[in-house]
Write a protein that binds this ligand. Structure first.
Ligand code: ASP
Length: 456
């Protein structure tokens, strides 16, 4: 058996055992939504060990590689294109791909959530709950449903104040870091991406004079790929620990609780987008067999599932795309780093479904115009979400605020921001799947852009 297969089997086994052991250790009295410390869990010590192995060791090793890998892959990608009009064409295609697929995901989510109306199961439970923005949500938890008397954390309240303008300002300020060394030290991917693009474009202007710099970055990229290879041998332990931790905190009972219809809508939407829409686009525009490509990307997808982070998965995504699937370094360097922070199909779909679900639960009917507001803001909020765990939950509040502004104009009833308390307990589980779709969307984009720019 080849080393690659052995590793794949070990990671798959880790996924399965992580779920089983996690469920065995689940403590129904522990409220995952309320941010209780792990020590409050009946199996606190085991969870602290999982936390250490999963976050400190495995995700730490991956995160350690992100910044140097972004810098070298972007420089390698851009300098290997070398021609400005070609560069422009690839850039435009990449952005069109990102936005078109995110919008498709959002529309799919909106159709499903409107047809299924998962909020109906919550309506009676919260009929008497106070509905102002600062109120606690006092829903009756069903069997296996996490308690939902949780007041959203400060981060959520802050985002509500920020609004879309705040998010745009934040994005631009990240794109123009005042101090690139500090941005690198603080691990800000977007800052490093824009600096690297600028840097690489200027290198291109230097032509042959800059050959040594180009060679240097090529070699750095190769060395980092070998480091990713080595780190992946820690993945079975890391994946096991992360999954066991999540399942032990939340418990699989949520799949049969009163929130299950909402979860099902998100999961079915993600499945349709990830297994039907993206593969069709890959087949049509990328002329690639989706099953084969899925197989090539398997380690990246399993890492995304366990880590809940597109950014932490980026090293593995680049490795799988360039080494297994034959995507050129040029396309991978262009599409994957930027995609890991702004192209989030899964997050966009999730945000749209979640906002409409909360509105349904509070018996607020959204008009077509308000659904359009949801579609646009959910896409932008997904762009603004960082590739880290639960980022989508925090930026979702922007979508809520935007919809509330349009509702306020029409008559005054607004969706309570505290309604996020309804879904916060199961966020981590949904995050696993939306992150997997986010990474898959980036990978599909890299292949399509590669194919389309082959004959340029
Ligand atoms: N965890 C997601 C990601 O890293 C972002 C989100 O929370 O939706 O892609």
């Amino acid at each position: 058996m080849s080393a690659k297969w052995l590793l794949t089997i070990l990671i798959m086994a880790a996924l399965v055992f992580g779920i089983i052991i996690g469920q065995m250790l689940h403590d129904p009295d522990y409220d995952a939504g309320a941010d209780q410390p792990l020590s409050a869990h009946a199996h606190g010590t085991a969870l602290q060990i999982f936390d250490f192995l999963g976050f400190t060791v495995f995700m730490g090793l991956l995160e350690m590689l992100i910044i140097p890998l972004i810098a070298s892959s972007v420089v390698v990608g851009i300098t290997s294109v070398g021609d400005f009009s070609k560069l422009g064409r690839i850039g435009v295609r990449t952005l069109v791909y990102y936005f078109a697929t995110m919008l498709a995901a959002v529309v799919l989510g909106l159709v499903l959530v409107t047809l299924v109306d998962p909020g109906a199961s919550m309506r009676t439970a919260i009929a008497d709950a106070p509905t102002d923005a600062t109120a606690e949500v006092a829903a009756e938890p069903g069997e296996g449903t996490p308690a939902v008397d949780y007041v959203p954390a400060d981060a959520v309240q802050e985002k509500a104040k920020e609004g879309l303008i705040g998010v745009a300002r934040n994005l631009v300020s990240q794109m123009i870091p005042k101090n690139i060394v500090r941005a690198m030290a603080e691990g800000k991917p977007l800052s490093v991406i824009t600096f690297s693009i600028f840097f690489a474009v200027v290198i291109t202007l230097f032509g042959e004079r800059a050959r040594t710099v180009i060679n240097f970055f090529n070699e750095v990229f190769e060395v980092l790929m070998k480091m990713v290879h080595a780190v992946m041998w820690v993945a079975p332990v890391g994946v096991f620990a992360l999954l066991a931790l999540t399942v032990a905190r939340i418990g699989l009972g949520v799949f049969s609780g009163s929130i299950s219809r909402y979860m099902l809508v998100v999961l079915v939407g993600l499945a349709i987008h990830g297994l039907v829409i993206l593969p069709s686009v890959l087949w049509l525009l990328g002329r690639t067999n989706p099953l084969k490509y899925l197989h090539h990307m398997r380690q990246a997808l399993m890492t995304a599932l366990a880590t809940d982070s597109s950014s932490a998965t980026l090293p593995v995504t680049i490795e799988c795309a360039t080494e297994n699937a034959g995507v050129s370094k040029r396309s991978a360097g262009f599409v994957l780093p930027l995609g890991s922070t702004i192209n989030m199909d899964g997050t966009a779909l999730y945000e749209a479904v979640a906002v409409v679900f909360i509105a349904q639960a509070f018996n607020i009917e959204l008009t077509l115009l308000q659904l359009v507001v949801v579609a646009v803001t959910a896409t932008l909020a997904a762009v603004g979400a960082a590739g880290i765990p639960s980022a989508g939950l925090v930026t979702m509040v922007i979508v809520l605020t935007a919809v509330n502004e349009s509702l306020g104009g029409a008559g005054g009833t607004t969706i309570p921001v505290a309604g996020i308390g309804l879904i916060i307990g199961v966020d981590r589980i949904l995050d696993m799947f939306r992150t997997t779709v986010n990474v898959w969307g980036d990978a599909v984009g890299a292949k399509i852009i590669d194919r389309m720019s082959m004959n340029d």
